[in-house]
Design a binder for this molecule. Structure first.
Ligand SMILES: Nc1ncnc2c1ncn2[C@@H]1O[C@H](COP(=O)(O)OP(=O)(O)OP(=O)(O)O)[C@@H](O)[C@H]1O
Ligand SMILES: [Mg+2]
Length: 338
């Protein structure tokens, strides 16, 4: 297991370190700009953009109460939708249009819009992911292209961060993003993007005659495609834990060597798919609600995800302002007025 890393160069993790006790971690070096460019893409596994990394604290100390710091609210994207461009690669399945109004309504990133605070935060968040992906690329090139988004509990912002992560990464050159809805009990990716549901991962897991690639939905956001969760079944846990899962992931990766696969998942403390998927991905993005998730919950969640060596904390904060049109923030962007 690699030693835990905290990037003290970025504002996010400095704030995270102030909120949570990561004293067991070592400090990562500053990343020169020259390293932030995606490396020339090898055929089998192109470079993956980076996110901030805090590798999981392994030595578990006695949990102590976490003092949630007030995180100033970052500006939500309000820019106009970008002109629609064709996707870089056609997908085998159907094509769908992403509802830009829904993106605005849910305070998501708007593809092609001028860079706002939220977009800049996600851009910054790519740095450490790139470093980790490069390391992984040398050892396990396919795993380097897989990311699991999860959190301890419901409502922490997994789906929000997974969609924004996907939109942000799809803007990268030479990177095509497949966003997979692996939250089987409560799928929400397609609905939140205004895309009709359809056959998906569970169907392909249950029926070997289904070509999973044909379940992939292309979108009018260049380089972004979606994979629905599929028809709900009581056997979802058994299906995701079956040997078919790594086979299907391999099929999705082999279908496009420039593809990065991002999985949204159910809360790790409430359901097991995240633990299972953690075995098959290169990196885990663990969404932490700054105002809600306790340190003990983080430790418990990390234990459930121990199948993956590279766990990154993403500090997310949602504050609800009654009657306010906007209520969200994305981790820790300082408000100039504060
Ligand atoms: N940083 C944020 N800014 C604005 N809204 C946010 C932010 N984070 C989360 N939200 C909103 O909070 C709500 C809950 O977030 P989300 O659905 O992403 O959580 P989740 O962890 O996926 O929940 P579940 O476990 O139930 O699937 C959603 O309405 C989402 O749009
Ligand atoms: Mg969700």
């Amino acid at each position: 297991m690699n030693k835990p890393i905290i990037n003290k160069g970025g504002s996010l993790l400095e704030r995270a370190a102030e909120v949570y006790d990561f004293s067991a971690h070592r400090t990562a070096r500053a990343i020169p700009d020259s390293e932030l460019q995606p490396a020339p893409a090898p055929k089998a596994a192109p470079a993956v953009p980076a996110m901030p990394v805090v590798e999981a604290p392994k030595p578990v100390e006695a949990p102590k109460p976490v003092e949630a710091k007030a995180v100033p609210i970052a500006a939500a994207p309000v820019a106009k939708p970008a002109p629609v461009q064709p996707a870089a690669l056609p997908v085998a399945g159907r094509q769908a249009r992403i509802d830009r109004d829904l993106l605005v309504e849910n305070q998501m990133l708007i593809p092609g819009a001028p860079i706002g605070v939220l977009a800049e935060e996600f851009r910054l968040a790519k740095r450490q992911l790139l470093l980790t992906a490069r390391t992984l690329n040398a050892q396990e090139p396919d795993k380097a292209r897989t990311i699991l988004v999860c959190s301890a509990k419901p409502g922490d912002g997994k789906t929000y961060c997974a969609i924004n992560r996907a939109i942000s990464m799809a803007a990268e050159r030479d990177t095509r993003v497949l966003l997979v809805d692996a939250d089987f009990p409560k799928p929400g990716i397609l609905q939140r993007l205004g895309v009709a549901d359809g056959r998906g991962l569970l169907d392909a897991l249950a029926d070997p005659s289904i070509d999973i690639e044909k379940c992939v939905v292309g979108t009018d956001i260049p380089n972004l495609s979606l994979l629905p969760a599929g028809a709900q079944t009581n056997a979802d846990v058994e299906l995701i834990a079956s040997g078919r899962t790594p086979e299907l992931i391999a099929r999705l990766l082999a279908a496009d060597p420039g593809r990065v696969v991002i999985f949204d998942s159910p809360p790790a403390l409430a359901a097991s798919p995240a633990s299972v998927l953690a075995l098959h991905v290169g990196q885990v993005m663990l969404v932490v609600r700054a105002d809600k998730t306790s340190e003990g919950e983080i430790r418990d969640t990390v234990q459930r995800l121990e199948g993956c060596e590279h766990i990154q904390l993403l500090l997310n904060k949602v504050s609800f302002a009654p009657g306010g049109a906007r209520f969200g923030s994305y981790y820790g962007q300082e408000d100039e007025e504060q």
